[in-house]
Design a protein around this ligand. Structure first.
Ligand SMILES: Nc1nc2c(c(=O)[nH]1)N[C@H]1C(S)=C(S)[C@@H](COP(=O)(O)O)O[C@H]1N2
Ligand SMILES: [Mo]
Length: 209
């Protein structure tokens, strides 16, 4: 997570979370290489504590036919750049939950990407109105750099939770830390409360290391 582009000098049209600024352009930020998309072997799996005890698997062809929605959301990276008012289009978290019902004891989900990147969020974050598995931004297909074919967006949390190149969702009956949450970043990651680092976590906000 190294700092991205320089500030644009642009004044935002609305309040930004503390410490954030508007960069020039849309920075690309991730750990490791950009995966190649192979439509014939790509799949999206839902596993862990499902209601039925079984797993769900959608091929690319099937995933592309799932119901989509559009929502406008901001994007706040913990390295302090913010991209405002993105119009995302994709499959809502709530649709995944309808099609692949979780066990009633599920409290959190782990979203898994290519190469083992992951991020944990609360079920309430997963079901939020603007949380979705996005395939388009501002009417255009995502580019490989930005997560093509499918990325999660969770606009109300720091963007390391917005997992690019998603391949699956794990339902969890107990919280567990994802990739950055294990490496010193805050388990919840609310930008309005500047929940950047794990040392800021309060009782009940995180599982033990
Ligand atoms: N698979 C994967 N998703 C990821 C990351 C990553 O390293 N791997 N980095 C996260 C971080 S820290 C940020 S800020 C955003 C950046 O998204 P962007 O490159 O589209 O701006 O992706 C998030 N999703
Ligand atoms: Mo980030």
């Amino acid at each position: 997570m190294s700092p991205p582009d320089e500030p644009s000098g642009e004044a935002p049209g609305k309040p930004l979370p503390p410490g954030q600024y508007i960069p020039r352009g849309w920075p690309v930020l991730h750990y490791g290489p950009v995966p190649r998309f192979r439509p014939e072997s790509w799949d999206f799996r839902v596993f862990g504590a499902t209601e039925s005890g079984g797993q769900y698997r959608w091929t690319w062809e099937e995933f592309e036919r799932l119901p989509r929605t559009r929502a406008v959301g901001d994007f706040h990276c913990v390295t302090k750049f913010s991209i405002l008012d993105n119009e995302w289009e994709g499959v809502p978290g709530s649709t995944v939950v309808e099609l692949a019902p979780p066990h009633p004891d599920v409290t959190h989900v782990m979203v898994w990407a290519e190469y083992g990147y992951s991020a944990n969020i609360r079920m309430s974050d997963f079901l939020a109105d603007t949380t979705m598995f996005a395939m388009y931004r501002n009417g255009e297909r995502l580019t490989p750099d930005h997560g093509f074919p499918v990325r999660l967006v969770v606009p109300h949390l720091y963007a390391w939770k917005s997992v690019k190149w998603v391949r699956g969702v794990e339902y969890m009956v107990k919280d567990r830390r994802g990739f950055w949450e294990e490496r010193g970043y805050h388990n919840v990651a609310d930008p309005w409360n500047e929940q950047r680092y794990s040392y800021q976590e309060e009782e009940g906000e995180a599982p033990p290391y």
